[in-house]
Structures are given as structure tokens and as C-alpha cells.
Write a protein that binds this ligand. Structure first.
Ligand code: IMP
Ligand code: MG
Length: 179
């Protein structure tokens, strides 16, 4: 059950416009920008973001799964990327839905870095700021509250991705076993 709307459609659209302007400026002279989305959570954000960027770019995706059906990070990240996607010599912008403890990014970035991109930057829609990261994303949509967020690409057990806004999920109370 959605407890409350955290970021509505208008707030998301306005923020993405601003991000698009900053990113366009940053990569103005690039000529070889690859926007690389982390599936599945980034698919809606990326679709809106690339439409707000007005310099030439290409789009690709990778998958990195860190969560099962629970809401606690398992610490395991499995990465898969189309082997035809070449990163070497290109400006790569990794697009992610949300950073919580940063484990996903910490595991993905060295792997991508090893593929020899000319530059590697990160744009995340939401940042929970649970910990201070060794390497912070260059672009952040919003600082997020310490709640479980769904919608606009983010899921809970694959549900809620299609919601056009970001809401917080009311989770059932944890019942501790009696002994
Ligand atoms: P991290 O590795 O702890 O930074 O967790 C990041 C990943 O966990 C994201 O890519 C999401 O897939 C997932 N995640 C973290 N917090 C949330 C949330 O509030 N809602 C949905 N997914 C989340
Ligand atoms: Mg994710």
C-alpha cells in the first residue's frame, strides 16, 4: 500500500529538465556520449532524462540486481552487459534509479572503469544518503527520505514500477518470533 506521495509528476519533470540542461552543457563537446541505464529501475527515468538532453548520444542498458523480493540489500550484485557494447574511449554516463548504501554503484563502477571509457560519470534520480560514498554521483535528482520508495521505475517485488509518481510503501510490521 502506498503511504504517501513523496515526489509528484510535476516535481520529477521539473527536476529532470534541470538535470538535462546541466548534462547537455557538460557533454556539449563530447561527440561520443553513451547513456547507460541500470535495469530495470532506471527505465522510466532514463527515458525522460535522454529527452531532456540536447546533445548527440546513444543509449544502452546493463542489469545489476542487488535486491530480491525483500527490502533489505543482500550485498550480492550480478552485472550483465551486452558484449557488443563498447565503452572504450567513450564518455559514459551511468543512470541509476536510487542509491541507498552505495553497494551497487561501488561494484558496477570498477567493472565499467576497467572497460576503458574516456570518462565515467553517474546520474541518479534518488539518493538516500545512508552512507558517505567514496565516489559521489555527479548528478542527483533528489535526496530521498529513509523510506522504501516505489514508482517511476522503482519496484517492490516487481510491482509499482508503472506509477507516474514516487511514493513510499507502507510495509507490514515485522513480527519477531517469540521464544
Ligand atoms: P544500494 O546498493 O544499497 O545503494 O542499493 C541500491 C539498489 O537497491 C537500487 O538500485 C535499487 O534497485 C534498490 N533500492 C534501494 N532502495 C530502494 C527503495 O527505496 N525502493 C526500491 N528499490 C530500492
Ligand atoms: Mg537498481
Amino acid at each position: 500500500m502506498i503511504e504517501r506521495t513523496v515526489f509528484d509528476r510535476a516535481a520529477i519533470a521539473a527536476r529532470i529538465d534541470a538535470l538535462g540542461r546541466e548534462i547537455s552543457e557538460y557533454y556539449r563537446n563530447s561527440g561520443d556520449l553513451l547513456v547507460l541505464g541500470v535495469l530495470k529501475g532506471s527505465f522510466i527515468f532514463l527515458a525522460d532524462l535522454v529527452r531532456s538532453i540536447d546533445c548527440p548520444l546513444r543509449v544502452d542498458f546493463l542489469t545489476a540486481s542487488s535486491y530480491g523480493s525483500g527490502t533489505v540489500s543482500s550485498g550480492e550484485v550480478v552485472l550483465s552487459l551486452d558484449p557488443r557494447t563498447k565503452l572504450s574511449g567513450r564518455d559514459v554516463l551511468l543512470v541509476e534509479d536510487i542509491v541507498d548504501r552505495g553497494g551497487t554503484l561501488e561494484k558496477i563502477l570498477p567493472l565499467l572503469g576497467a572497460m576503458g571509457p574516456k570518462s565515467l560519470e553517474v546520474c541518479v534520480l534518488l539518493h538516500k544518503r545512508s552512507v558517505v560514498l567514496e565516489r559521489e554521483p555527479r548528478w542527483v535528482g533528489f535526496d530521498a527520505p529513509p523510506e522504501f520508495l516505489v514508482g517511476y521505475g522503482l519496484d517492490h517485488a516487481e510491482e509499482y514500477r508503472h506509477l507516474p509518481f514516487i511514493g513510499s510503501l507502507k510495509l507490514p510490521e515485522m513480527k519477531l518470533p517469540k521464544d
